[in-house]
Write a protein that binds this ligand. Structure first.
Ligand code: ZN
Length: 251
């Protein structure tokens, strides 16, 4: 089974469309949460996701925008955009978003693999460093977990003796590019496809990944998209300027 992994689209329709257009052949789309928040196209992203995807886990921004959690723990930019998103979502899209399941999610035909937003132990936890990753890696119910939330493409792995962090090193700046690697037997993984709509690893290109369960290969992908249009929409919606400028620097 070839699973297309999309995470943290954050209302960025242009980035999402570029990823879907460039995606290698796949059997299903799995969305790791945060469909909305920050970006200016929440309804379009939710509708496109509903049409194309079958499997979802919810993210903290999905919960905030639909009123499942209050905005207290959010920084001002995140809180403001969550509130704006709540005012924009149609009733139907809001109800659909609100009903998204909490991770971890496991699916038929993919033994030993699960999907979460933050960490396998806590859907809202940020796993940024190897130190953060050790407990989730060793205590996850299965060996391979795909997660999002940090907007950092890469993986953490451990065979019980040696643990490591992998961040893809790309050769180009603004072009379409892939990096492929094979999962090793006996190794536990926490793999982040990166953020489609608001990357934070210094690379503005939309990030996503493909997992082929037959070959046990993972492909990390970066895809340029129409940044200007995404920024224009943020400005036209009177959202804070910083939400538009940060897209250009991938922060
Ligand atoms: Zn996010």
């Amino acid at each position: 089974m070839r699973v297309l992994l999309l995470s943290d689209i954050h209302g960025n329709l242009e980035a999402m469309e570029a990823c879907l257009g460039a995606a290698p052949a796949h059997d299903l789309i799995l969305n790791l949460g945060d469909l909305v928040g920050y970006g200016a196209s929440p309804n379009e992203v939710v509708e496109q996701s509903r049409r194309r995807g079958k499997l979802f886990v919810r993210g903290n921004h999905d919960k905030a925008a639909t009123g499942l959690i209050d905005l207290e723990g959010f920084n001002p930019l995140a809180g403001l955009s969550a509130f704006w998103t709540r005012t924009q979502l149609t009733k139907n899209n809001l109800e659909w978003l609100k009903a998204l399941p909490q991770g971890p999610l496991q699916i038929d035909g993919l033994p030993g693999v699960q999907f979460v937003h933050g960490s396998p132990l806590d859907e809202d936890e940020y796993v940024v460093t190897l130190e953060d990753a050790l407990s989730p890696l060793m205590n996850a119910a299965v060996a391979v977990t795909f997660h999002g939330h940090t907007h950092l493409q890469g993986y953490f792995s451990s065979d019980g003796l040696r643990s490591e962090v992998f961040r893809p090193l790309y050769q180009t700046v603004g072009q379409s590019e892939n990096i492929q690697f094979a999962l090793r037997d006996g190794v536990r993984y926490l793999i982040n496809p990166g953020s489609v709509g608001q990357p934070r690893d210094g690379d503005w290109r939309a990030a996503f990944a493909l997992f082929d369960s037959q070959t046990r290969m993972v492909t990390f992908c970066r895809e340029p998209y129409n940044l200007q249009d995404a920024q224009n929409r943020i400005q036209a919606a009177n959202l804070p300027e910083r939400l538009a400028t940060r897209l250009a620097v991938g922060r």
